[in-house]
Write a protein that binds this ligand. Structure first.
Ligand SMILES: [Zn+2]
Length: 173
């Protein structure tokens, strides 16, 4: 139980400078979408009590999904066990939904911590789930070059939303 104490202390300290925290959250894409309902316009595929799932507007590949805790925090060390479990469960469901709908040959799963590591939103921890196909290597972005994806993002949203809802139902049974 001792490891819980520093986290609680951090929360208490955080409360004192509430204004600064609120500003960071307003600027944060994940915090903004966490309050919304899943819809094609906002690219949110699912919101659960502790986690959210959304398509990446700037995908590395077709079906590039991001899974994040709803709480604004930068590092996996700060996740509660319940949050970590929920995020992990979504990563698993997303992989299975993508597998079923897109038949990729492989996946990249990972989080970029800090700008140096490539994080676009370093303040809010999130995992990337990127399906991969044989021969798509030359398709990956080089120095931020714009690339043409073989499927429009609203089409990807529709396919994946359906597959993910099906995956959630399958698990609930
Ligand atoms: Zn946030």
């Amino acid at each position: 139980m001792q490891y819980v104490a520093p986290e609680r202390g951090k929360i208490e300290r955080g409360k004192k400078k509430k204004g600064a925290g609120r500003k960071a959250k307003e600027d944060c894409l994940f915090c903004r979408v966490a309050a919304r309902k899943p819809a094609g316009e906002n690219l949110i595929l699912a919101v659960s009590p502790l986690a959210l799932v959304m398509l990446n507007l700037y995908p590395y590949n077709v079906g590039h999904v991001m899974v994040a805790p709803r709480r604004h925090l930068a590092s996996p060390g700060g996740l509660d066990p319940d949050e970590a479990a929920e995020v992990n469960a979504w990563i698993g469901r997303v992989v299975e939904a993508l597998r079923r709908e897109y038949r990729p040959h492989g996946f990249n799963l990972g989080a970029n911590l800090g700008r140096t590591a490539g994080a676009g939103i370093p303040g809010h921890l999130h995992w990337h789930v990127v399906p991969r196909w044989n021969g798509d290597t030359n398709f990956m972005p080089v120095l931020g070059e714009t690339k043409v994806l073989p499927e429009a993002i609203d089409r990807t949203y529709g396919r994946l939303k359906k597959a993910l809802d099906g995956e959630s139902r399958r698990r609930a049974r």
